[in-house]
Design a protein around this ligand. Structure first.
Ligand code: LMR
Length: 398
């Protein structure tokens, strides 16, 4: 039956983890996948999550959730993106379903887009998270790209971005990273977001926000929703994918949300019913545990406060490691500019290293990262930063 099947190409991000796990060297370092580690390099379960689990244990049944997921979870999740006092939430204008984390939310949206805007395309930034390409490809939505990153400045190519927004056909769909852009760590400033929003209005474009790192850009989830709030203030009807993988450390729970802001409640009811119809034949209804953990935390002021503190601790540790990595490279006498390590934000540093340099890091130093030169700063620790800096210096000096 399956003689025609060739092995699939390795995933550019999760394949790195596989290679790391197979390496027996005691020196090995994983700065591939975007997954937070403490300063001992260990995965973290947040205290707010532990406490929520203590409260849940023994008090839950294992019944199915509705096809669209937990209503309590959705209510709390929408407040994070749209604001605690959002009139859109009060007016029930947001069609929202619990999703299998950010990937699941993007995929549901891509399928929905394909079904109800069958002639549309999606504009994706260059570069973007590699899985975005897979998601819209498998949903059979044609992809276009728009300029985003400027390789020389290692910052935003704002002029080209705006040109691409202006040149796209009216009413195009754009994928935007709400904050802490993956893989570049480069976000537009508030003023630039306002200009982007304005140009989207002129062109009647649709903004779909992927918000996988809310809290990791500034350390404050409320501040990190600023791009979305700007678009809402300007009257856009947006879509949004949210994930609790990173900001609550619930990676394996696959817990997130897809929301689409509609004209009115009636439209929101229709849109939600269609999203549920897409979910039903794929996975029927979403898993219950992560939704309970999130709604227990966000529904309790004390636990929510603890969560906000813990997000800040994670974000601050990463910022500290940015400084440490840059200083170590400079102390080693590297003559290359490394300001971008501290200028970029969120979980990643887009280092500018070539695929060949990354290959040398792996083969000579057992350092694992994606070949596009992205360093997951969340995997850098006090213990490995010196080793990492030395290896980077060795492969980048001429
Ligand atoms: C990453 O970019 O490393 C994360 O979003 C993990 C993933 O699923 O790719």
């Amino acid at each position: 039956w399956w003689s025609n099947v060739e092995p699939a190409a390795k995933d550019p991000i999760l394949g790195v983890t596989e290679a790391f796990l197979a390496d027996q060297s005691p020196d090995k370092v994983n700065v591939g996948v975007g997954a937070y580690r403490d300063d001992n390099g260990k995965p973290v379960v947040l205290e707010c999550v532990r406490e929520a689990e203590r409260r849940i244990a023994g008090n839950q049944n294992m019944e199915y959730l509705p096809m669209g997921g937990s209503l309590k979870f959705i209510e709390e999740t929408l407040k994070l993106a749209y604001g605690g006092n959002s009139e859109f939430i009060k007016d029930r204008r947001i069609a929202a379903v619990q999703a299998l984390s950010g990937t699941g939310a993007c995929r549901l949206f891509a399928d929905f887009q394909r079904r109800f805007q069958p002639d549309s395309q999606i504009y994706i930034p260059v570069p973007t998270w590699s899985n975005h390409h897979n998601i819209w490809r498998d949903a059979q939505v044609p992809q276009r790209t728009f300029h985003y990153y400027h390789p020389e400045s290692k910052g935003l190519d704002f002029a080209s971005l705006i040109d691409d927004v202006k040149n796209a056909p009216n009413g195009s769909f754009f994928l935007l990273h709400a904050c802490a852009h993956n893989p570049t760590g480069v976000d537009p400033s508030e003023e630039q977001w306002k200009e982007i929003s304005y140009q989207f209005k002129v062109k009647n474009h649709f903004a779909f926000f992927d918000m996988a790192y809310q809290g990791f850009a500034s350390g404050d989830p409320e501040k990190d929703a600023k791009a979305i709030r700007i678009f809402l203030d300007d009257g856009h009807l947006i879509g949004c994918a949210q994930s609790y993988a990173k900001n609550m450390g619930l990676y394996g729970q696959r817990i997130g949300c897809l929301s689409i802001l509609c004209e009115d409640e009636l439209q929101a009811v229709a849109v939600k019913s269609q999203l549920q119809q897409i979910a039903r034949p794929m996975y029927s209804n979403p898993p219950v545990h992560g939704a309970l953990v999130v709604s227990t935390i966000l529904g309790d002021p004390e636990l929510k406060n603890l969560w906000l503190q813990e997000v800040k601790v994670m974000a601050d540790r990463i910022i500290g490691m940015r400084t440490a990595l840059r200083e170590s490279l400079e102390k080693l006498g590297s003559t290359l500019p490394w300001e971008h390590i501290t200028n970029q934000i969120g979980m990643f540093c887009f280092s500018g290293m070539t695929p060949q340099q990354v290959d040398r890091l792996t083969s000579e130093f057992h350092i694992y990262m994606t070949r596009n030169g992205r360093i997951s700063m969340a995997g850098v620790t006090t213990g490995n930063v010196g080793y990492l800096a030395n290896a980077i210096h060795e492969v980048t000096k001429s």
